[in-house]
Design a protein around this ligand. Sequence first.
Ligand code: FAD
Ligand code: UQ1
Length: 451
Amino acid sequence: MFRSPATCQKAASAVKKAVAPQTTRNLATVSHVNSATRNHKVVVVGGGSAGLSVSHQLLRSGKFKQDDIAVVDPAEWHHYQPGWTLVGGGLKKKEEFRKPLKGLIDPKLKFYNDKVGTFSPEENYLTLGNGDKISYTELIVAPGINVDVSSIKGLPEALADPHAPVATIYRYEWCDKAASTIKAFKKGQALFTQPVGIVKCAGAPQKVMWLAWDQWRLSGLYKPNNPSSPINITFATGLPAMFGVPKYSKILDGLRQERGIEGLFQHDLVSIDGNTATFARPDGRESVTRKFDMLHCTPKMGPHAFVKNSPLGDAAGYVDVDPATFRHKKYANVWSIGDAAALPTSKTAAAITAQSPIVVSNVIRMIEGQTHPEQEYDGYTSCPLTTGDKQVLLAEFKYGGIPKETFNGMFGIDQGVPRRAFYHLKKDFFPWVYDRYMVKGKWGGPKGWIK
Ligand code: FAD
Ligand code: UQ1
């Protein structure tokens, strides 16, 4: 049972002082917030994959009443972003993967359809874009990351030009342009890029390439290792390998070679000018230019400025949390999961299926007067790699890039082998279970449905 908000806040503050002595708490500052509805036990920043999962899992615990939990998000639409790869590959329509955000939020949650402007973690409140202050006992920060199209010179203009054969599945606006560009492409050099640095779902830049490869080879436009092939394909990545986990990287590189796709490693796209792409090289090496006739580009990504410039960000701007418990390293009543969190694992919705129940359990413990989080995260994440030919390699791994394969554990199936069953998981099952269960707080990923 919960105590009254005032008692609860005092108790929570006392225990938090004990565990985070460097944090100055001043609940007097909170009390000047004049509206009771602007005072919540838990405030969740972001109504994306993480924010919706967590806020509904908290609600479903039965421990919260009307407006105890608030969600803050300025968006009109909620997107199932993993679907954008399927759109780029010509398998689905983009409208299938968005829904009005308001309609996904349980009426028992208080929804502020506004952006967070600033955080004041010393004083347990944040401000909205309209200047209102929202105070909290526990704060969960999950606003995702920014896909920075302007990180590549010339890209915004090329994306906006309907005649330029340049697209990206990384933004709703352009994922259907990726599909039409791939479909219309009949001859010449196709270039697919991946930048240095953190991106969401690190496999997606090559997933769309494999789907394009599949279309072109089926229509006879791509012939591997054949000089008469109308289309040639290059994968240019800022990274030194096809994928961050050695087991899967080796298999994917084998596919690349077998299929005659050129690999340019440690090539980081920095600008495009007409049909010329320029790549930065590491260790002071000369930049490289390449001509292309079609480009699928993955922009650089990074933390939102309002997180980066706040007291919550680490040196790189991600929310500075303990990678096992999700508790902020400085502010004991601040938590973060999802893309915005400084977690050394691949940023995916699959990872959020494992993170959400843990942060929910830890936050509830704090609200109930415990001092230490109990549950710990092992870094689980997954990347279902569409490899073409209606197959998917279901990469699943934990911290350290160590494979943690659900179906290998259950049935002894090696998930490094691309399979048709995994293709249907990716194309049909995951979108369905996300929509019906995950955003409602009822899906625990590899652990199945949450009771
Ligand atoms: P998001 O889902 O991005 O949500 C962030 C929310 O925060 C948004 O609603 C936004 O409006 C809100 N917000 C932003 N700024 C503010 C602010 N100032 N105040 C309040 N709210 C704010 N994952 C997989 O598991 N499998 C895949 O196959 C896969 N493929 C992908 C393919 C592509 C092309 C992309 C783009 C992503 C893919 N992902 C995949 C990754 C997955 O979509 C993300 O990891 C996941 O959506 C992250 O969830 P999140 O809640 O942290 O952020
Ligand atoms: C998952 O739960 C999920 O969410 C619905 C995905 O889509 C975004 C995934 O890609 C993956 C891999 C999972 C994990 C679930 C299982 C059963 C492996």
